[in-house]
Write a protein that binds this ligand. Structure first.
Ligand code: HEM
Length: 160
């Protein structure tokens, strides 16, 4: 994207390449997950739609269309999926490592601005998933909004 200014700063979703980029990222990622000895037991019962649901969830958080919400998903619903899964820091680290490896293989933008924002979201989201996975139930409102993640301090993509 050329000549970005405050009016035309793309969302993280747009900068990453839009929905095809997210669907391919998570499709290839879950192939790696199922081939990984540490993560395979955690994910072996996931539904065929799992990879697409997670792609749509992350795309929506990063500023994309509200497909996950419109397909009946919610942040509360996503949290429920992690309850009692007893994930560990080792699981989390491997999940992040494989996702970033997939991002490199698919040549997602690797400018410092994009990657720092993307990694910040992944750190946040995966640490919350681990916390929730060690709970049996979550109290609180069911209509909590979907998170919205942006560029943070750099404010936009690399300008050269
Ligand atoms: C940013 C971080 C994460 C996001 C956005 C996320 C998102 C999701 C979503 C949307 C679902 C529901 C999928 C569906 O409806 O089919 C789900 C389920 C699940 N997630 Fe995560 N997740 C994250 C991190 C993790 C991590 C780090 C692990 C484990 C290492 C994990 C393990 C699982 C498991 C085991 C399920 C249930 C799978 C099943 O149905 O059998 N998640 N996640």
């Amino acid at each position: 994207m050329e000549n970005t200014n405050t009016q035309t700063i793309p969302t993280l979703y747009e900068w990453a390449g839009g929905m095809p980029a997210f669907e391919k990222l998570f499709n290839n990622f879950y192939d790696k997950v199922l081939a990984d000895p540490l993560l395979e037991p955690v994910f072996k019962h996931m539904s065929p739609e799992h990879r697409q649901h997670v792609a749509h969830f992350v795309a929506e958080v990063l500023g994309g269309p509200k497909m996950y919400s419109e397909e009946g998903g919610s942040h509360f619903g996503m949290i429920q999926k992690h309850l009692s899964k007893h994930l560990t820091e080792q699981h989390r680290k491997r999940w992040v490592e494989l996702l970033l490896q997939t991002a490199d293989e698919l040549e997602l933008p690797d400018d410092p601005e994009f990657r720092s924002a993307f990694v910040a979201y992944l750190e946040w989201g995966t640490r919350i998933a681990v916390i929730n996975s060690n709970e049996e139930q979550i109290d609180g409102p069911q209509d909590i909004p979907m998170p919205q993640w942006g560029w943070g301090v750099p404010g936009g993509p690399y300008q050269g």
